[in-house]
Design a binder for this molecule. Sequence first.
Ligand code: SOE
Length: 382
Amino acid sequence: MAKQLNVGMIGYGFMGRAHSNAYRMVTNFFDVPQEPVLKVICGLVEDEAKAFAKQWGYESHCTDWRQVIERDDIDVVDICVPNNVHAEIAIAAAEAGKMIICEKPLALDVAQARTMVEAVEKAGVATLVSFCYRRVPAVTLAKALIDEGRLGKIFHYRSVFLQDWTISAEVPQGGMATWRLDVKAAGSGVTGDLLAHCIDTAMWHNGPITRVNAMTETFIKERVHTETGKVEPVGIDDACTFFCRFENGSMGNFESTRYARGHKALYTFEINGEHASIRWDLHDLHRLEWFDHRDEGKLRGWRSIHVTDHGGDHPYMDHWWVPGLAIGYAEAFVHQVADFMTAVGKGEPCSPTFREALATQKVCEAVLESAKSGTWVEVPAD
Ligand code: SOE
């Protein structure tokens, strides 16, 4: 195996920064089989790509993603651009034999996601979709506790992701900063952007979702489009609530909105089982709340686990500071890169792969379909 993992990053926005930071940090904290080398950053505006390359230590920059794919010296293509370009780039990267890390959601819709899965599986390349919250240690610990059977039979999975940044009608749609409001670039609104995180984590924790019943709303129906300068209809869902059935019989409740005044990124989940419950809140991300009915009665109550311990007790934390000192959002991306590189080193897949992200895309699409039809919608198994 080569000593280096050569990275071609496409996109220098918020996610381009989060991913670049992870490549820069990973070898300081994790014993990964290769050294990431930031070979090229690609972005639309030449001056900005150049400045990004300088600031983040990329060897070169370009403005056409095809140049990244064509280069023989690139091992992994990291896709951090709006959702409508994921498929084209990923399929070309797969055909060129590159490994791919792709931002979430995988694609605009299920049909597109399927073509991406076909391409990467045909090429046999390693893939990872950046559902980063799985790798917050408290969220990973929740998975371990569930898998150990400590909750017993699971009855409920409840999750919300609340924001408030689009309440003003003055916020435009389209363009670099606000493409998430443009349905052509994003595919959907909060369903693909935020609920996709909740769904990915929920299915990882609690197994497949089989059927959904949803309601969506677009509170502001028209916004100026940054690219045309004209007022255009808004095609995304501003808010979405759905309930669902998991394959294991448990009930799910999910809500997301960008109209919850006061909430910037309130992502929470709560899982209620026969013996115990778990609760997590992104605003306090290093804590996992745990209630165990089997505790002695007079001491029984919610406990707040500070997920920073060593000795293998708390996932990832042996790699960081001394127990009690927390890590945050950025480190979830470091874990993601570390896990990806470790898996690639062993010739194993790294979750969530494109195929696993397709499952999330199917739930998102069923949710949007249900909101439109006002009926229950089955999530296709294949
Ligand atoms: C939207 O505001 C956003 O940046 C999402 O795109 C991210 O996936 C989420 O983690 C935080 O919010």
